[in-house]
Design a protein around this ligand. Structure first.
Ligand SMILES: [Fe+2]
Length: 186
């Protein structure tokens, strides 16, 4: 290993320690599952304090998105997700988990399903947040930024998600999948 890469590795390790220490300081002290509002406030705090900045992102196997686990304990997990053109989660729910998220860089579009109408779409810019319970169904897509980045908190940790897709007959179906499997539009 060269001197430069050793130094870079030291920097990364040092930075991750800072991130971990910083985030742990904001996590609610109780031992319960976090409410949607607590998830939202925590994601917003991490974005406000730049605790995501410089974190190394791991590409997914399909190279469609990249992610980093920023923090986890028995009650919750926190992810930094990256978004590029054409990246979309498709419509999904979060199983039994409460959710809070905050845009850290660029803009995302959030869509929500409506009966007998086109999905509603809202642009979310840096600092915009959502708080949601297990009844929430949405789709997140890249809009601007290279990449766009967002911080997501799930409590309890995301064990299962439901991905919504049409089957061959045009009927809407919910596919149950593991929380750490990548969500995709198609
Ligand atoms: Fe989601």
């Amino acid at each position: 290993m060269g001197v430069q890469s050793a130094r870079r590795e030291e920097e990364i390790v040092h930075h991750l320690h800072l991130v971990e220490g910083g985030i742990a300081g904001f996590v609610p002290a109780h031992s319960r599952v976090l409410t949607p509002t607590e998830c939202e406030e925590l994601a917003a705090q991490v974005v406000r304090d730049g605790l995501w900045d410089g974190v190394e992102l791991t590409p997914t196997e399909s190279q469609t998105r990249a992610y980093a686990l920023l923090y986890e304990d028995e009650r919750m997990e926190m992810w930094l997700l990256s978004w590029l053109p054409n990246h979309s989660t498709g419509f999904h729910d979060h199983g039994e988990s409460n959710v809070g998220f905050c845009v850290a860089q660029g803009t995302l579009v959030e869509q929500q399903l409506r009966f007998a109408g086109a999905p509603g779409a809202t642009t979310m810019a840096v600092g915009d947040t959502r708080a949601a319970g297990s009844d929430y169904i949405h789709c997140l897509e890249w809009e601007t930024g290279t990449p766009a980045l967002s911080v997501h908190v799930y409590s309890p940790p995301l064990a299962v998600v439901g991905q919504y897709r049409y089957d061959e007959s045009g009927t809407l179906r919910r596919a149950r999948q593991a929380g750490r499997d990548e969500l995709t539009k198609d």
